[in-house]
Write a protein that binds this ligand. Structure first.
Ligand code: ADP
Length: 425
């Protein structure tokens, strides 16, 4: 009989145990000749504490029956739980059969808890006896299914626990998000009041003769009032976003002319468009009907999209706002407004994320904080407000752009679909 103990720790004590008598209780009902065959190819080996008898994922061709000592069965879950203990095995119990039946790869790791003695049988001999002996095959199948059931139960328990942890983390995040929203809203309101006072005084000082007649002082005051306007715009955006977040946004639906809104936007940016030599075109908007909408909210949405088109398009570029009635699969006839530019474009991976508050692509080198300067940057709130405003109308908003490229300027197209709530009044 060839006896090969696989572990370098293994020592043999062949004469102490009778393999046939060890196998008999493990496989009751096994024919005597099968017991004899198995016993004849069995090896008895001893291993010290911590020896790895099976390693998860490794190829295995040996079946083990514990004679003396204990072993621990464990599985790798993830980096945080590299060793999830499944169960302990003691004398009379066997392991390593699943790899033999399933085709070679160990499904778990088994290591010795202390010094251990095992009876080992090579795959070929075991399979030969299995093919002949129904009771042994049945016993092995029962053992395998019971182990699989244990593993299933363990996985279900793990999932339950993870689910519970996720639920708690989600509630915690919700609570923190509410606290953050409240904080932002309170700070916004607190800042707005003194800023309004400062703005009032600054405008008064600007008109005072001593300042008006002094070119330098006049320049300084312009700087101050421009910065105050910018601060006010940021605070208003923060308050808008916090209203959208807390669902405190009030929608006031009134008959609304889209052409009037777009004309107002154009008027708002006329000086900037001229300064930056940008062409602004409105196409088809004048053919759109009056709709029932919240004109303030729609104004905000268009405002932020056009500010962005200005910010992310270099001088001499083109901004086009077009409108049409189109059909979309989900809603039928809708009003489609598209704000298109010939600017730096946006990579696909950011197309959804840019509508989240405070999200910026990180691809734009922020040159200055001016609201309409090329690549002027901002707090990352404009698109979140535009999205909130369009969703409040039951509409949809998305962007299409071939990608980000400051050299070739592929441009971006922001689409809005609004319900066709035509006003016939
Ligand atoms: P911000 O205040 O940073 O402009 P927004 O929410 O308005 O915040 O936009 C988020 C990001 O989306 C911007 O930082 C920019 O990277 C990108 N973006 C928005 N509009 C455009 C556009 N028309 N062209 C290119 N990039 C854009």
């Amino acid at each position: 009989m060839t006896v090969l103990c696989r572990s370098r720790y293994a020592t043999m004590s062949m004469y102490e145990f009778d393999p046939k008598e060890l196998l008999r209780p493990a496989f009751p009902g096994l024919e005597e000749e099968d017991l004899v065959e198995l016993a004849s190819v069995a090896e008895i080996c001893s291993y010290p504490e911590g020896a790895v008898l099976c390693h998860e994922g490794d190829y295995g061709d040996t079946f083990f029956l514990i004679v003396e000592g204990e072993a621990c069965v464990s599985k790798y879950l993830d980096e945080e739980n590299p060793r999830r203990v499944l169960h302990a095995l003691g004398p009379g119990e066997f392991f390593g059969e699943i790899a033999l039946i399933q085709g070679g790869t160990r499904t778990a790791t088994v290591d010795s808890e202390g010094p251990i003695t095992v009876l080992q049988i090579h795959r070929d001999s075991l399979v030969r006896v299995l093919q002949r002996s129904a009771p042994m095959a049945l016993r092995l199948v029962l053992r395998v299914t019971s182990r699989l059931r244990d593993a299933d139960q363990m996985a279900i328990d793990d999932l339950r626990q993870i689910n519970e942890e996720l639920r708690r983390a989600y509630h915690n995040l919700e609570r923190l998000d509410r606290a953050k929203g409240d904080f932002i809203s309170v700070v916004g309101h607190e800042l707005r009041t003194p800023l309004t006072v400062i703005s009032g005084y600054a405008n008064m000082i600007k008109t005072a003769p001593a300042v008006r007649d002094d070119v330098n002082l006049n320049l300084f005051m312009d700087g101050i009032t421009t910065s105050i306007d910018r601060l006010q715009a940021i605070i208003n955006s923060i308050l808008d976003v916090s209203k959208i977040d807390t669902a405190a946004l009030k929608v006031r639906m009134v008959p609304t002319s889209l052409v009037v809104l777009i004309n107002e936007i154009e008027a708002e940016f006329r000086d900037v468009l001229e300064e930056r030599q940008l062409v602004f075109d409105a196409v088809g908007i004048d053919r759109l009907p009056y709709i029932i909408a919240d004109s303030d909210l729609l104004y905000k949405a268009f405002y932020h999209l056009v500010v962005n088109a200005i910010k992310y398009t270099p001088d001499y570029g083109q901004i086009t706002v077009s409108g049409a009635i189109v059909q979309n699969e989900a809603d039928g006839d809708v009003i489609e407004i598209v704000v298109a530019d010939t600017g730096i474009g946006i990579d696909k991976e950011h197309h959804e994320l840019i509508f989240d508050k405070f999200y910026q692509t990180g691809e734009v080198m922020l040159h200055s904080s001016g609201i309409t300067k090329y690549k002027g940057g901002g707090p990352g709130l404009g698109l979140a407000i535009a999205k909130g405003a369009i969703l409040a109308h039951g509409g949809r908003i998305w962007v299409d752009s071939p990608g980000y490229d400051e050299e070739n300027l592929p441009g971006s197209r922001f689409y809005m679909h609004l319900p066709l709530t035509e006003w016939k009044g």
